[in-house]
Structure formats: structure tokens, C-alpha cells
Ligand binder design. Structure first.
Ligand SMILES: [Mg+2]
Length: 235
């Protein structure tokens, strides 16, 4: 039934509908403070990041994997000297990332309200429980006809979803803050990607300008510009 409509509009969640990245970066700052007792070397942030990337294929994306990676890093960098209270502090930081109050990004509510006659989807990657909890806390769940929580957002994931929902690529719009995960794959599979940058982007999600320039996509400064863009293109 979705197939007969002029456009299916899918949204990323974290840092597209609500801020998420800043909570991880704030937690990292706390962890660095905690580590300063034990570790005098440079590039602490880079070390934390590398540990996270190394573990991505085991833990996947999200706050739980992040917390475990941070604990592992702290044990390693403190040469096993970190104590139980400090490990508890890292666990608490992880919990705070999974329970923060969801404050919608400016214009999100109004935009979804304006677009609610279209079939709207939410496509987010990460931990199932964590993402479901954020969607519930956001109060936006009812806007979406379908919510997909996936482990990776690449060409194959999107093709699989389009097939499952019987959506033609040319009718598919995806809106998100990550060029790598939300926008460039959509161009490659024949849909329309819309990039709305957020104030900060996780290092793992960045792409080179040259790579981005090989793709076609729209770039907006605010989600408020989206209804007009869609109207212009499908009218
Ligand atoms: Mg995002």
C-alpha cells in the first residue's frame, strides 16, 4: 500500500530528531578526568575512540557497547589500577546516556505534524532496547508507520527495507545528520537523501568531502525547510 503513495519519508533519530552525540562526548570528558590520575600520555580521546571502533563488531552501536569499551580502556590505561568505585562511575555515565530526557531538536515536532499525511518511517541503528526507549521518551512514536532499528545503515540495509515494505527507491526519502549512514547510501540505491548537519558528528560517521561530492543529495540547515523541499520535488 505504501508503494502507491508519492513519497515515503524516513527519518534518522539520533541527532536528527533529538540530540544524542553530545551525551557521549560529555561522558568521554568525565572518563578522561577519571583517567588523569593514572595515565599521563597524550591522545586519550583517540585511544577511547579506537577501543570503541575495535569493539563495534562485537558490541554494535549504542550506549551499552560504549560503556563496556570505556571500562576496557580505563582498565588498560590505568594498568589495572582503576578501582570499583571508578568502574561504577563509568557504568553510571553509561546509564545516564540511556535515560537522558529527550529534548526535540528545534522544528522537529512542527515538521512531522506538517508531513503526517505521508507515510513516515523511522530508521535508526543501535541497541534495540535503548532506541525503543528513546522513541517512547520522545513522544513521537505515533507519527511513524514503521520503526526499524538496525545494526548498520548501509546500501544492503536500505535495499532490504525497501524490499520488505515494497517501496520503490525513487519514492524513498531519507533524512538524517550522517552523510555516511543516512544520506550517501540512499543516493547509491536510487532514492533521495537529505542531509541536515548537527552541531557535532561522531568521528566514525564522517566522510571526506571528495567522497561526498561523488553523490547527489540535498542539504538543509534546518528540518523546518524539509516540507517545502519535498513539496517542490514531488508536486
Ligand atoms: Mg543520527
Amino acid at each position: 500500500m505504501i508503494n502507491t503513495l508519492p513519497a515515503v519519508i524516513a527519518f534518522d533519530a539520533d541527532d536528527t530528531l533529538w540530540p544524542n552525540e553530545p551525551y557521549f562526548r560529555d561522558a568521554e570528558k568525565e572518563i578522561i578526568k577519571l583517567l588523569e590520575r593514572y595515565y599521563r600520555g597524550d591522545n586519550l580521546l583517540e585511544h577511547l575512540y579506537q577501543q570503541e571502533i575495535k569493539n563495534l563488531h562485537i558490541f554494535g552501536y549504542g550506549a551499552k557497547g560504549f560503556s563496556l569499551s570505556m571500562i576496557e580502556s580505563v582498565i588498560e590505561l590505568s594498568e589495572g589500577m582503576v578501582n570499583g568505585a571508578e568502574i561504577q562511575k563509568i557504568i553510571d555515565l553509561g546509564k545516564s546516556i540511556m535515560t537522558y530526557p529527550i529534548n526535540l531538536i528545534e522544528g522537529v515536532h512542527e515538521t512531522l505534524e506538517e508531513l503526517k499525511d505521508y507515510p513516515l518511517m523511522l530508521i535508526t541503528k543501535g541497541d534495540l532496547f535503548d532506541q525503543e526507549s528513546k522513541i517512547a521518551r520522545s513522544g513521537l512514536g505515533d507519527y511513524f508507520q514503521a520503526v526499524e532499528i538496525v545494526s548498520e545503515k548501509n546500501d544492503e540495509t536500505y535495499l532490504r527495507l525497501l524490499q520488505r515494505y515494497n517501496i520503490k527507491p525513487e519514492n524513498f526519502w531519507m533524512i538524517g545528520n550522517s552523510l555516511k549512514s543516512d544520506v550517501l547510501p540512499i543516493d547509491r540505491i536510487g532514492g533521495t537523501g537529505v542531509h541536515i548537519p548537527f552541531e557535532s558528528t561522531w568521528q566514525h560517521e564522517t566522510v571526506s568531502e571528495d567522497h561526498a561530492a561523488e553523490h547527489n543529495y540535498h542539504e538543509l540547515q534546518s528540518i523546518r525547510e524539509l516540507p517545502m523541499l519535498i513539496e517542490k520535488h514531488i508536486a
